[in-house]
Write a protein that binds this ligand. Structure first.
Ligand code: PLP
Length: 474
């Protein structure tokens, strides 16, 4: 006879005082509140759980109904009973005293109407999209494409694109992978979604994330049931001592240019991180979202280059071409690949064929590289213009990180304890400039700061926006 369930190790006492149904409701509610059953987690069928617990099916049916009445779970045809987003209760304390989070997907924060300067981070200069080069490449691709190229293709992505990307990433990022190791995805966001699904299926419930860090990345994973535990970032990148104490076996990082602080993971932290990963077959997810935009020197090689069996590497064309392309890549350790391909296939049967072939053509002919050289120069001028505006009004302004990417972080230690960055951002918005307060991208306490995206405005306007910001925070 079964004495209990593998699911959450539920073990009813022979005759629970409160009755079996109430006992089961309490146990599941606690698991949901503590994040052991995150949003999106599927409960076993009533038949399976009843059999495992050796209780009548009516007990489980009634328990699920009560949880549904509380809004903690919902029934979905063909899927079963699933923990809902309303069930979110992220305050689980971890070894380092930080909350685990698994919550609903948040959309990007839009600038309010009437704003003169939108300095939201993350968006490149969309007016710089290489339309002419794209048209030429698309014509060439259509001239050559066979009918079969337009059919349902390999879910891993088109072979020419995987081949070109493997070569490009090898040359520019030191990536060690061949065309067959690479999965074409709908951006870093989809890579994280596929990884989250695959990890959840293997029983992983939380990943360590940088704090401050990418809010979008952690929301994406939370949507797929992978909660996150914040780990502090300092001037050397993620604190590997905190990571070790976090209890997580998966860490998500932006090592080449940390979002949003802009710091590069230092050599000793890289070593510590890879040591942590190797010690217990752990996984590092390397989000290389903007490495092609380093202005002062070549970016550091990808972590994947040092440990291809411990690192899942992902990047996209969102910062180099346009986020609307929804085109990226994922190179995961070999044992994960079959599950990731299956998840990709189940999601969308593979990326759209034509854009893949066009990007492959741009890579093969040097068009992609030429475009990057142009935008790199442009972004650098924009960064300089924003800095000159800030410094014109506030010479001692403190800018963190290296000269790279599409945003910079201004920290305001002189206002620590005296001003809240959300309130400062509201005052800056009243002066016509939309910026993100650093606190939007962090869960752990820290000094106030502002994240300023500079890619989408021309230099003269950035100079003016910088002056307006500095006048509020100096
Ligand atoms: C740090 C970071 N990771 C990932 C993404 C998402 O990238 P993608 O458009 O490739 O899904 C973003 C988008 O801004 C980002 O800032």
């Amino acid at each position: 006879m079964s004495t209990g369930s593998d699911f959450l190790q539920l073990r009813p006492a022979a005759a629970p005082a409160k009755g079996l149904t109430t006992w089961l409701v309490d146990a599941l509610r606690t698991a949901i509140r503590q994040g052991r059953l995150p949003e999106g987690a599927r409960l076993p069928s009533t038949r399976v759980l009843a059999a495992d617990l050796a209780v009548s099916r009516g007990v489980v049916v009634e328990a699920y109904q009560r949880l549904a009445d509380e809004g903690l779970v919902g029934a979905h045809t063909g899927v079963g009973t699933v923990v809902t987003s309303l069930a979110r209760a992220p305050e689980v304390r971890t070894a380092v005293g930080a909350p685990v989070e698994s919550g609903p997907l948040r959309m990007p924060l839009p600038a309010p109407p009437g704003i003169a300067f939108d300095l939201s981070p993350g968006v490149p200069d969309l007016s710089a999209f290489p339309r002419a080069a794209w048209l030429r490449a698309e014509r060439a691709v259509l001239d050559d494409a066979t009918a079969a190229d337009l059919g349902y293709g390999d879910p891993r992505g088109s072979a020419p694109l995987r081949r070109e990307l493997a070569g490009w990433l090898g040359r520019t990022r030191g990536i060690r992978a061949g065309a067959d190791d690479l999965l074409v995805v709908g951006g870093v966001a989809q890579a994280l979604a596929l990884l989250a699904q695959t990890l959840r299926a293997r029983g992983v419930t939380v990943a360590a994330v940088e704090d401050p860090g990418s809010r979008g990345a952690r929301d994406q994973m939370a949507h797929w049931g992978l909660g996150s535990v914040p780990v502090r970032v300092d001037g050397h990148g993620m604190r590997t001592d905190d990571l070790a104490a976090s209890g997580a076996d998966v860490a998500v990082l932006t090592p080449a240019h940390q979002f949003p602080t802009g710091v590069v993971l230092s050599p000793h932290r890289r070593q510590a991180l890879l040591g942590w990963a190797a010690a217990a077959e752990r996984l590092v997810i390397e989000d290389d979202y903007d490495a092609e935009h380093r202005y002062d020197r070549a970016p550091v090689a990808a972590l994947q280059a040092s440990a291809p069996d411990r690192v899942a590497y992902t990047g996209s064309t969102s910062k180099s071409l346009a986020p609307g392309m929804r085109l990226g890549w994922l190179i995961a350790p070999a044992p994960m690949r079959a599950d990731l391909i299956a998840a990709k296939h189940a999601s969308d049967l593979g990326n759209a064929a034509l854009p893949q072939l066009v990007v492959a053509h741009l890579l093969a002919t040097g068009g992609y590289e030429r475009h990057l050289r142009t935008v790199r120069k442009r972004q650098r001028q924009r960064r300089d213009a924003l800095l000159s505006g800030l410094r014109a009004e506030f010479p001692a302004v403190r800018v963190e990180g290296v000269a790279a990417g599409l945003h910079l972080l201004v920290t305001l230690p002189h206002l620590a304890g005296r001003a809240d960055d959300t309130e400062l951002a509201a005052r800056i918005a009243a002066a016509g400039v939309f910026v993100h307060p650093l606190s939007w991208h962090r869960r752990l306490p820290g000094p106030p700061g502002l994240v300023l995206g500079y890619a989408a405005e021309p230099p003269d306007r950035l100079h003016e926006a910088g002056r307006r910001i500095a006048r509020v925070v100096r």
